[in-house]
Each structure stands twice: as C-alpha cells, then as structure tokens.
Design a protein around this ligand. Structure first.
Ligand SMILES: [Zn+2]
Length: 205
C-alpha cells in the first residue's frame, strides 16, 4: 500500500483514467478493470463499510466507499445529495466518480467516523444517522474538493503522490514544467518531487 505511485497497478489505472477523462461526463463508461483492482486493494474495501458483508459491489460515490446490495438500498433512501449510489459492475462511471473511489476508500471513511464517534454499530440510532451528520457533510465536501484538486494535477499517480503533490505544488511550481503529461516510465520527475513528502496533508481527514 505504501508505494502505489509507481506500482504497475497505479500506472494501469492512470492510463485508464486518462482515457476516461476524454469521455463525456454524462455518458461515462464501464468502471475500468485496472482502476477496479486498485480500488479493491484499498484498506477496508473488501467489506461493506456499513454492515461488513464481503465483496461489496455497490458504491457510495459521494463518500468514495463500497457497500453491499442491502446497504445500497438504504443509501438510496438518503437521496442523491447525501449519497450517490452506483453499481461497480452494472453502471457507467465518469472520471471524477472513479477518482473519488480511488481517493476515498472504506478504511479512510471508517477512520474518520471513528474519530467522530460515529463508527460504533452498537449504537444503532447514531449509526443510522451518521451519513446525515455535519461531520459526514464535511467529509463528502472535502472529498469532492480533493478529487477536483487531484484531477487538476494531471495524470493520476496514486494516493500517496496525490496527497504529497498538493503540498508540493507550491514548492515546485517554478522548478518543473507546467505540463503534467509524463507518467509511469516516461519520466519520473514528478514522482521524484514527491518522494520525500509526508502524506499528512490529506484534506478529507
Ligand atoms: Zn452492507
């Protein structure tokens, strides 16, 4: 999990994302296979974030999380403003949506909920309301902004890189070309810029 920015999985996902970037957002395309593999490798993504069922195949794009069929019904009832539900296998996806899934993750949201005392399923009243809390709203707004920022950085280089790069943008703006077209073997300049950066600037946490 530590070296995603240069792994073959990230490179494959990055190429798929660039292809998807040129697809009209409203039409979208199938969830790309490499991006799906990368998404499934994220901590917590092998279980539904709400009930723990294995191999969840639905997503709350708003939160960048994977959920099971049963929980997807409940998320739909929240309304699309609160939780936008898509099927990983059956629906079409656009660039921003796939990127949200790669930059979100069940483990990340679970950690956030835990820190806000919203992660304990033994308190059913609180657990069922957690997506309607101010904290959840904060998370989804910041994930959305984060995705926008990562998108602006150019071809995707993985979670660690995208977190470091936001910080690095200010420092390296004058040191590298403005073009962000190089990636994964074509040139490692951008990755090198991030090599020593701490991933502490994760805006969604
Ligand atoms: Zn579930």
């Amino acid at each position: 999990m530590q070296n995603h920015q240069r792994s073959p999985l990230v490179c494959a996902a990055s190429r798929e994302l660039e292809d998807l970037r040129s697809v009209p957002k409203l039409s979208g395309a199938r969830f790309p296979a490499g991006c799906r593999k990368l998404m499934m490798s994220l901590p917590g993504n092998s279980n539904c974030i709400d009930c723990g069922s294995v191999n969840p195949e639905w997503a709350s794009v708003t939160f960048g999380t994977l959920i099971c069929t049963r929980c997807s019904g409940r998320h739909r009832s929240y309304g699309v403003q609160t939780s936008f539900v898509r099927s990983v296998r059956m629906d079409t996806w656009n660039y921003d949506q796939v990127l949200a899934m790669l930059e979100g993750g069940n483990g990340q949201l679970k950690g956030f909920f835990d820190r806000h005392q919203l992660g304990n399923s033994s308190d059913p009243s609180l657990f069922s309301k957690r997506y309607h809390t101010k904290a959840a709203k904060f998370y989804r707004i910041n994930l959305s902004k984060h995705v926008e920022n990562v998108s602006d950085l150019g071809p995707y280089q993985g979670r660690e890189a995208s977190r470091g790069r936001r910080q690095a943008e200010q420092e390296t703006l004058n040191k590298r070309p403005s073009s962000s077209g190089s990636l994964c073997g074509q040139s490692s300049d951008h990755s090198r810029n991030n090599a020593s950066l701490s991933p502490q600037s994760v805006s969604v946490q």
